[in-house]
Design a binder for this molecule. Structure first.
Ligand code: F6P
Length: 323
C-alpha cells in the first residue's frame, strides 16, 4: 500500500502547475497518503530537497502562475549514476510513488528513472506547448494563448495606426499550437508554424496579395521554430525586399507566466486528481490526459514516439480567412 508520494514540476513552467500540485496534495490526503514536494524538479531529487505538503500548504495557490515547487531542466538526470542517487534519496525517505508534472522531456527522464527505481511513476502534462500526444490540451496552453492574444490585439492598434506590417513571434520550438491558436484568435493575416509546409517566401507573397486587395496593415504570427530565422530577421528581409514598413515583436517568456485561465485550472485539477488516484491504486509508467472530455492515460513513451498533429481544419481555416 502506498503511504507516501512525492510530486515535482519539471522543464518549462506552465500556468496551472500550482492547481495540479494542489489537487495532488488534497486527493492524496483524502486517501490518507502523505505528500512531499520536491524542489526544482529532478535536480531537487538529486539534492534531497523536499518539503512536506499538507492540505493547508496548498491553499491560496490555485490562482498563481509559475510553480511553488520551482522547476529546472536537469541534464544530470540523464546520467545513470545521478538517477541511482535519486533512487536512494527516495528509498531513504520511504517514498513509494513520484508524480512528475512537465512535458515530454520530463516524461523521458521518468521513463529512464523507472530502470533505476522500483517506485511508481505517473506524469501529468504541464507545458504551454500543447505538444503531448494523447491529451487534447496540456496545462498552461490556454493561458499562454490568451497572453499572446492580449499582445497581438495591442500590436494591431499600432499596426493599424501606422499602416505597418508586424511579425509577431510566439513560443513553440517544435510545436505550432500556440501560433495557430493565437493566429486564429488574433485574426492574423498569416500564420507560420513548424508543422506547416509553407515557406517564409510564400508567406511574403501572400502578405503582398493582401496589400493588392486593399490591406493597409498586416499581422503575421509565427512560432519560434517555424524557420531558421526569428521574427526580427524575417521582418527585416520583408522590408528590404518590398519597401514596406515592418516591425518585429518577440513575445518570449511572458507567455509562460501569469495567472492561469479557468480552463487551465480545471484541466490541472482534473489531471492532478486522476494521476493521484491512479498512482495510489497501483499504476506506474504512464502519463494522464484528457481526450474528447474523457480522462485517459498512456505509457510515457507515447509522449515522444508519437507526434501530436496540429488541428488541420484550423490550419486550413486560417488560410481561408485571410482578408
Ligand atoms: O515551455 C516550453 C517552451 O516554452 C518552448 O516553447 C520554448 O522554446 C522553450 O520552452 C524555452 O525554454 P527555456 O525557458 O529553457 O529557454
Amino acid at each position: 500500500m502506498l503511504k507516501k508520494l512525492a510530486v515535482l514540476t519539471s522543464g518549462g513552467d506552465a500556468p496551472g502547475m500550482n492547481a495540479a500540485i494542489r489537487a495532488v496534495v488534497r486527493i492524496a490526503a483524502s486517501r490518507k497518503v502523505e505528500v512531499l514536494g520536491v524542489k526544482r524538479g529532478f535536480r531537487g531529487l538529486l539534492h534531497n530537497e523536499m518539503v512536506h505538503l499538507g492540505v493547508r500548504d496548498v491553499g491560496n495557490i490555485i490562482q498563481l502562475g509559475g510553480t511553488i515547487l520551482r522547476s529546472s531542466r536537469c541534464k544530470e538526470f540523464f546520467e545513470r549514476e545521478h538517477r541511482r542517487r535519486a533512487a536512494q534519496v527516495l528509498n531513504e525517505r520511504e517514498i513509494g510513488g513520484l508524480i512528475i508534472i512537465g512535458g515530454d522531456g520530463s516524461f523521458r527522464g521518468a521513463k529512464e528513472f523507472s530502470e533505476d527505481w522500483n517506485g511508481r511513476l505517473v506524469g501529468i502534462p504541464g507545458t504551454i506547448d500543447n505538444d503531448i500526444y494523447g491529451s487534447d490540451f496540456t496545462i498552461g496552453f490556454h493561458t499562454a494563448v490568451d497572453t499572446a492574444l492580449d499582445a497581438i490585439d495591442k500590436v494591431r492598434d499600432t499596426a493599424d495606426a501606422h499602416d505597418r506590417y508586424f511579425f509577431i513571434e510566439v513560443m513553440g520550438r517544435h510545436s505550432g499550437w500556440i501560433g495557430l491558436y493565437a493566429g486564429i484568435a488574433g485574426g492574423a493575416q498569416e500564420t507560420l508554424i513548424p508543422e506547416e509546409t509553407q515557406t517564409v517566401e510564400e508567406a511574403y507573397q501572400r502578405l503582398l496579395e493582401g496589400k493588392k486587395r486593399g490591406r493597409k496593415s498586416s499581422i503575421m504570427v509565427m512560432s519560434e521554430g517555424c524557420s531558421g530565422d526569428g521574427a526580427v530577421a524575417i521582418a527585416k528581409r520583408f522590408e528590404e525586399q518590398t519597401g514596406n514598413d515592418c516591425r518585429a515583436v518577440v513575445l518570449g517568456h511572458i507567455q509562460r507566466g501569469g495567472r492561469p485561465v479557468a480552463s487551465d485550472r480545471v484541466l490541472a485539477t482534473q489531471l492532478g486528481a486522476y494521476a493521484t488516484e491512479l498512482i495510489i491504486d497501483g499504476s506506474s509508467g504512464i502519463f494522464v490526459g484528457n481526450h474528447k472530455g474523457a480522462l485517459c492515460h498512456y505509457p510515457f513513451e507515447h509522449s515522444w514516439e508519437k507526434k501530436k498533429p496540429v488541428d488541420e481544419y484550423l490550419l486550413k481555416l486560417q488560410e481561408a480567412l485571410a482578408g
